[in-house]
Design a protein around this ligand. Sequence first.
Ligand code: NAD
Ligand code: LMR
Length: 345
Amino acid sequence: MCGAGSRARIGYAQILPEVRMKAPIRVAVTGAAGNIGYSLLWRLASGNCFGDDQPMILQLLEITPVMERLNGVVMELVDSAFPLVHDIVATDDVNTAFRDADAIFLVGSRPRSKDMDRADLVAANGPIFVGQGKAIGESASRDVKVITVGNPANTNCLIARANATGLDGSCFSAMTRLDQNRAVGQVAAKLGVPAAQVQDVFVWGNHSDKMYPDLRKAVASELPAMGQLDLAWVREEFRRTVATRGKAIIMARGASSAASAASAAVDHMRDWWKGTNGRIVSMAIPSQGWYDVPEGLVFSFPVTVDASGTISVVEGLEIDAYTRDRIVENIQDLESERSAVAELI
Ligand code: NAD
Ligand code: LMR
């Protein structure tokens, strides 16, 4: 007579034979007991990001005073009995969290309050990314994929990358996918079509209110989106709504966006992990001088990702005077953030 455990193992092997074939990857999440973490971990564990055939070991980092809360999150993860989760490490030690990590979500940091801009967080959050960057350089897999979510995301990514000795800049990115998704949501609502009908929307620059959501290549219901939209709406209301959406959510909810941020982080990492199959998406990555963006600035570009995980900036897009002005505005914004953290990089 089999016990319950044996029956569960037989069922598992029959239903998910491929799960047993892939080696587990190591996925680190910082700020794992925070609001974004509480949404993100369940999406990762369900297979939404790395695939429903990819087991994982979750490596969760929190600051020491928050370890008991993290313990509660771990209890709930265990209680969710995810077939893909092979182990969970909960720690307040950065090197333990990043040890051999294949993917890292840098979320842990303070969110802004109603009276702040994202850049105001640089003094509070910037130093976090010095130690975490060093630990990534020391402990993570040599081809780790790092997404920076904590604000100001582009500049925190710049700090982490600068401190991660021995790792290539191509391991680092910051999230502007939430801005892209917001832009898609606004266009879909304006045209009265499902979001899936809106493609090739991307965002240039900084995850700040200077960001430039670009619709020039966008397609809605298989037709050019710009042909269906009023230029004044695109340049004014649309751009302002997308760029200030984070603040609008804080004012309405009393807390910074969390579920949509987690969802965007999953979209970003899934596209990096599996490729975009030709779709254009937005990722903030260390510039190599593309579109005259100074080398090293972590700048959101239109990119595609191939099946091996190599990110390529979409080159050769027409840069009209309006677009050039928006790019320059974002360069200046990011250069000013970089000056503010000069002692951390
Ligand atoms: P939260 O306050 O709910 O959670 C943050 C967690 O990080 C807390 O549990 C805290 O203890 C932990 N933390 C703080 N310092 C840490 C450290 N050094 N190491 C590990 N953990 C640490 O905040 P949240 O709502 O989850 O937001 C997290 C960050 O993400 C904020 O900076 C927020 O502004 C940013 N954010 C970015 C985007 C984006 O699009 N890039 C979107 C939404 C939120
Ligand atoms: C967002 O865009 O929702 C986040 O970056 C939170 C914020 O401070 O705006």
